[in-house]
Design a protein around this ligand. Structure first.
Ligand code: BGC
Length: 721
């Protein structure tokens, strides 16, 4: 179709207006694009009907499918997950392996918008080559609950960091003519009870936190679609929430894309559509089946149906998906993409402790590698976002039935052991799986140095009771470190963990879920080929007593099931008493000291800060001189935190610099103007008072290096554009 001279808006309007009402309605509902029947295994009764239907004609085995409207040249929508690569939870698309990127939490730890853009482009290009034209990416729920099983899919606890990076990731996907969502709108920070809980919070606090992350992400990334969440927010289900969709999203923010529901998140027809829902995703109770009748009865105006269809068609036109048609069988350069995944993994790893044993000295003649499946691979986050990496996975499910085997913790086949052996060919490297504490300690005693690869798998639908490492690893690490103080612990987790053994070990590296070449990435950091540069995008608490919730609200160990499928909870409320003071802001408010603060991360060198200069007035601009005073090249992330009068400090900007030994550079950090404002509920606008704004440039939220205070003028801003 050549449609020269028309804007995307005009073109979309002409396509939609050429459709019949039924054709427009057909766009407002997606069906499951894959079928569990295709697995050929017995399915338990709790599996929803939507997942037992045979695969629709033309579908690709992805999470969602909307048939084409060929008559007007509108392509089928193939909706596929998610944010860490092109997912396939259970080989529904046999042979559909893709590049497994490191966890999105690891991406957040890079503090690198350009890398997020690159990650998005890689995902977009692979999706395109597989025929997927809508990616269910852009997970940006803030980490209010540090035991949430999906934090690995999100970007941490800070609205600016998460919003900027998610926006870049989305823009990257859409650069490749694949539409992206942003999700889950909103306040879906835990899995337990996700279908029923009511997330309660004040309006100003919500606008300054979770909504701010979405607002920044939407402004920057212009996602084609937004996915409303399962839970309720202040009494109304997110997918029929007038405040969220009608007032904020489509009202204040003038969002022009389409709102799709999460899978099974719709609870009504007219209230949902009136509130702003444009598309129902697959679910057993098909409320949208009543749409034709509701239009006929005059309950829903044909103009609203046109608007729903127009939002979808326009979004697809805007990302170029009408001219560039995704089709299966495209070429993917696995080698190049795997190398990129490795670079991203290295950039996201955070060095938490180092008494000098890292980088690994070539003088160590023998190293004992200890760790569950450390000979096989690295953990891959589970659930709808799970990618099957090139080369497949090892599934940790001895004796389980076929379905639970499919949903068991998976490991991408990038062996940390083999990677370390390849990196240190002259060193004798032994292996022990760590399952027997005494045996592991014995192996540690015999070696010059020990590297423990610890794991804590994560899976959508499953939260954690506490911050301990599973499989008895805390006791094992303790015993090993007692036997050999030269012990390095590499954490492969999707959340903070407690580290009761911290004082005994020599070094700790948080490697997250490190993706396609995670083993190689960890080895490169350990031996110093790559300099650690990641910073924590999430606070590590010293204990649950420091948190607003001592345990996950409503947590029931018996109900932690993959994806929460078939689990029944009675509705319960969650009160987010911290308001917008999430994570490091809560630590400041309560004057508590975390185990490791937000923004924290060591390097193999030293950085000094000096030369503070700043300008206030209408905007806040801060200059600092950073000097690498150590003897290795390294990367510093200088962070600017600002406290509006009477409020806690907020991350308002950062600068990431790479410096050679002895090198010094002046960096300028402009405070993001949005972060200087607060929401005024009575006046229904954003503003800031004239006054003293305290600020610091620091190595983390807990390590101010240069402090100051600037007078800023008063300002108001109407976000209604
Ligand atoms: C998840 C979404 C996902 C959808 C489709 C749901 O379980 O919450 O994030 O996109 O499934 O797979």
């Amino acid at each position: 179709m050549t449609e020269q001279g028309k804007t995307a808006e005009e073109r979309a309007a002409s396509i939609v207006d050429a459709m019949t009402l039924d054709e427009q309605i057909s766009l407002t509902k997606s069906m499951s694009g894959g079928s569990l029947l295709d697995l050929g295994i017995p399915l338990p009764s709790f599996i929803p009907e939507a997942m037992r239907q045979p695969k629709p004609d033309g579908a690709l085995g992805t999470a969602g499918f909307v048939p084409a409207v060929d008559r007007v040249g509108f392509p089928a929508l193939h909706l596929g997950d998610a944010s860490l690569g092109v997912a396939d939870i259970g080989y529904l698309r046999p042979g559909q392996e893709s590049t497994a990127l490191p966890a999105t939490l690891s991406l957040a730890a890079t503090f690198d918008p350009a890398m997020a853009r690159e990650a998005g482009r890689l995902i977009g290009a692979e999706a395109f080559a597989k025929g997927i034209n809508v990616m269910l990416a852009g997970g940006v729920n803030l980490a209010r609950e540090l035991r949430n099983g999906r934090n690995f899919e999100y970007l941490g606890e800070d609205p600016l960091l998460a919003g900027v990076l998610v926006g870049e990731q989305i823009a990257g996907i859409q650069d490749r003519h694949v539409a992206s969502t942003i999700k889950h709108f909103t306040l879906n920070p835990q899995e337990s009870g996700r279908f029923v809980y009511d997330a309660r919070i004040g309006e100003a606090a919500l606008r300054e936190s979770d909504l701010l992350a979405f607002e920044i992400g939407i402004k920057r990334g212009k996602p084609a679609s937004i996915m409303c969440a399962y839970n309720k927010v202040n009494g109304a289900y997110a997918c029929e929430n007038e405040f969220l969709m009608r007032d904020v999203l489509k009202g204040d923010w003038q969002y022009s894309g389409w709102v799709m529901s999460d899978w099974g998140a719709v609870h009504s027809l007219k209230p949902s559509i009136d509130a702003g829902l444009d598309q129902q995703s697959p679910q057993d109770e098909d409320y949208f089946a009543g749409l034709p009748a509701a239009v006929k009865a005059g309950e829903i105006a044909p103009a609203r149906v046109r608007d729903m269809a127009l939002r979808i068609v326009r979004s697809m036109a805007l990302v170029g998906a009408l001219d560039h048609r995704a089709a299966p069988g495209g070429v993917i350069d696995r080698e190049a993409n795997s190398a990129k995944a490795q670079a991203m993994a290295e950039a996201g790893m955070v060095l938490l402790k180092n008494n000098g044993i890292l980088p690994l000295a070539s003088s160590a003649k023998s190293i004992a590698v200890i760790g569950r499946h450390a000979d096989k691979g690295v953990p891959i986050g589970g659930g709808s976002s799970q990618v099957i990496p090139w080369g497949g996975v090892y599934r940790d499910a001895p004796g389980a039935n076929p379905l639970s085997a499919l949903l068991a913790p998976s490991y991408g086949l990038s062996s940390p052991l083999k990677a370390l052996q390849a990196e240190l060919p002259g060193t004798a490297i032994s292996f022990d799986d760590g399952s027997d504490v005494a045996r592991a300690a014995e192996a540690a005693k015999k070696a010059d140095l020990v590297v423990i690869y610890a794991v804590k798998p994560e899976m959508e639908g499953i939260d954690h009771a506490d911050f301990s490492l599973p499989y008895g690893q805390d006791a094992m690490i303790d015993a090993v470190a007692s036997a050999n103080r030269k012990t390095v612990v590499v954490l492969q987790t999707g959340n903070p963990v407690a580290m009761p053994w911290l004082g005994k070990v020599g070094a700790v590296l948080e490697a997250w879920f490190s993706g396609q070449r995670g083993g190689e990435a960890m080895a490169a950091i350990l031996n110093g080929k790559s300099a650690p540069q990641g910073r924590l995008p999430i606070s590590f608490p010293a204990g649950a007593e420091q948190l607003t919730q001592k345990a996950v609200v409503g947590y029931d160990p018996a109900k932690q099931r993959p994806l929460g499928i078939g689990v029944k909870y009675d509705p319960f409320p969650i009160d987010y008493v911290e308001g917008s003071d999430i994570g490091y802001r809560w630590f400041e408010r309560t004057e508590a000291k975390p185990l490791f603060p937000f923004g924290y991360g060591l390097t193999y060198t030293r950085f000094d800060y000096g030369g503070l200069e700043f300008r206030g007035g209408k905007a806040l601009s801060v200059k600092a001189r950073i000097t690498n005073s150590g003897d290795r090249e390294g990367i510093e992330v200088a962070q600017l935190y600002v406290a509006p009068p009477g409020r806690t400090h907020r991350l308002a900007g950062w600068a990431k610099v790479s410096l050679k030994p002895g090198e010094s550079r002046e960096v300028t950090i402009e405070a993001d103007p949005w972060l200087l404002l607060s929401y005024d509920e009575a006046g229904k606008n954003w503003g800031r008072p004239r006054g003293e704004y305290r600020f610091f440039v620091g190595k983390s939220a807990g390590e101010p290096m240069l402090t100051g205070s600037a007078v800023l003028t008063a300002a108001t801003e109407d976000r209604k554009r």
